[in-house]
Write a protein that binds this ligand. Structure first.
Ligand code: NAP
Ligand code: MG
Length: 488
């Protein structure tokens, strides 16, 4: 192994070196399937660590941006190859650290590889336009400049894909990076940083500092040496981060929560709709920002859909994500489990009917993990807390709509606007949904989750700062346009 951190004690990665926090503090990252298992000890960094990382990124940014895009791209291609050679190991670490099943974790790591390759290619694509000047002798064009040092704050639910879809475009467009991964998944994060290190990126171009959100996250948001800030996480934290960035004039981008609807129209293929509801709502234990949680079913097919859904949900096997027979892993941490259980309680108090699940499984072997059985609530009304607030767990809420028009109104009856889907065969319904649905991602006859790396991704309403990530959209955040006018 080319990194010099040992298997259990994870370091920060600053200026090309692995090192413990200056204060020496660390904390355990544990396996949510078996809380007695420590996956690794990760730094509990302090401001001094962050300052060192920002200084390194400052020193690295100028030589880095002076390289040809293709030279930066060559390093990203190398990091992709290294990550690809470590798919199993990184996937397993992710599964053990935050609970998603191994196939999902490995698939996400493969996604990370594809994202790296996509942005590696960006180093050779156009970064400007020629615009005719009104002065016949002049030549006018735009070019794209990097922001400088970009701060990346990422969550635990996609510990590889999300940081990579931020770090890769930041780097290819010539920025240097200071990254704070979620503490919850910092062991996985350190393996990503190793891929960059082993690819031979110059020291200081990518730095990773692990520490609490309140110290290192807030520190990044308010650090005068960081010029751009990209955040994915909860609305509460995102708004604080945005305010800190705004106060000091830094560019920022926030991707936050969702409460995503699926509409089942009267003419839907109900079997496919059931599959999509389960996959979209319950994979990754419901811990996707694009997870389906509001299941809006038109009255004519409500009972039939409900019975089909229940039958399938009851067959899902809960267990350790590393066990090949598991369909649904544990919640990522204890707090997440408590949140889910508290919403189950709240839903019942609000008058919804819990048809299935929502309790701790009683099988031997699962007692030591943060498990909850997938829950289905019936007779939910749109204004109930379980239908409005992001639970981030395996909870489906069934809402009956009188007809198609009211189904679309119900789907829009939320402060969020990340993703939405519909099952129908009627072209009129489809066009109406695509036009009327206030969400950044709308999918027809497909689940609400399912983001493609080459397409723009982001939310409307409270789900984002109205910016977009991924695909060609990334250049908008990670660069600044310079208009150039040249007269001989
Ligand atoms: P979170 O608590 O907001 O944490 C996100 C990141 O912010 C973590 O790195 C966290 O560090 C850090 N942080 C915490 N407090 C901070 C503060 N005061 N200042 C600056 N940074 C701070 O969210 P999470 O629980 O990890 O992730 C779940 C949320 O992310 C859900 O709401 C989900 O919808 C959202 N999400 C959105 C998208 C999207 O693209 N729209 C994608 C995935 C997830 P620590 O981990 O060390 O606390
Ligand atoms: Mg953990």
């Amino acid at each position: 192994m080319s990194s010099n951190q040992d298997a259990k004690n994870i370091g920060n990665y600053i200026n090309g070196q692995w090192k413990p926090s200056v204060g020496g503090g660390s904390q355990a990252s544990i396996n949510p399937a078996r809380k007695s298992e420590v996956v690794g000890y990760v730094p509990d960094s302090q401001n001094a660590d962050l300052n060192e990382a920002v200084e390194a990124a400052q020193a690295a940014k100028r030589p880095w941006r002076k390289l040809a895009g293709s030279q930066r791209g060559a390093l990203l291609f190398k990091a992709a190859d290294i990550m690809e050679s470590r798919l199993d190991e990184i996937g397993e670490t992710m599964s053990r650290e935050m609970g998603k099943t191994f196939p999902e974790a490995k698939g996400e790591t493969a996604r990370g590889v594809a994202i790296l390759r996509y942005y590696a290619g960006e180093g050779m694509r156009k970064i400007g336009d020629v615009i005719p000047s009104t002065d016949a002798d002049a030549f006018m064009f735009t070019t794209r400049m990097p922001l400088g040092v970009v701060g990346v704050i990422s969550p635990w639910n996609f510990p590889v894909a999300i940081p990579v879809w931020k770090i890769a475009p930041a780097l290819i467009y010539g920025n240097s990076v200071v990254w704070k991964p979620a503490t919850e998944t910092a062991v996985t994060a350190s393996k990503i940083a190793e891929c960059f290190h082993d690819a031979g990126f110059p020291a200081g171009v990518l730095n990773m500092v692990v520490g609490s959100g309140s110290t290192i996250g807030q520190g990044i948001a308010s650090h005068p040496g960081i010029h751009g800030l990209t955040f994915t996480g909860s609305n509460e934290v995102g708004k604080q981060v945005g305010q800190s960035a705004l106060k000091r004039g830094a560019k920022y981008q926030l991707e936050m929560g969702g409460k995503n609807p699926i509409i089942i129209a009267a003419d839907a293929d109900l079997d496919l709709a059931v599959e999509a509801t389960i996959s979209g709502g319950l994979r990754s234990t419901g811990q996707k920002c694009t997870a389906t949680s509001r299941v809006i079913v038109v009255r004519d097919v409500y009972e039939t859909f409900k019975e089909k859904l229940l039958e399938k949900v009851k067959s899902l096997k809960v267990g350790d994500g590393m066990d090949a027979s598991t369909w649904l892993g544990p919640c990522a941490n204890e707090k997440q489990l408590e949140t889910v259980l508290s919403y189950i309680k709240k839903g019942k108090e609000e008058g919804a009917v819990l048809l299935y699940g929502g309790d701790r499984p009683d099988e031997a072997g699962l007692a030591d993990g943060f498990y909850v059985t997938p829950a289905v609530f019936d007779r939910v009304t749109s204004r109930m807390a379980i239908a409005q607030e992001e639970i981030f767990g395996p909870v489906l809420t069934l809402i009956e709509a009188a007809d198609f028009e009211s189904a679309v109104d119900l789907a829009n009856d939320t402060d969020f606007g990340l993703s939405a889907s519909i099952y129908t065969r009627d072209i009129g319904n489809i066009l109406n949904f695509v036009q009327e649905m206030d969400a950044g991602l709308v999918r027809v006859n497909a689940e609400t989750a399912g983001v493609e790396l080459q397409a723009p991704f982001g939310g409307m309403k409270q789900s984002s700062s109205h910016s977009r990530e991924q695909g060609q959209a990334a250049i908008e955040f990670f660069t600044s346009i310079k208009t150039v006018f040249i007269k001989p």
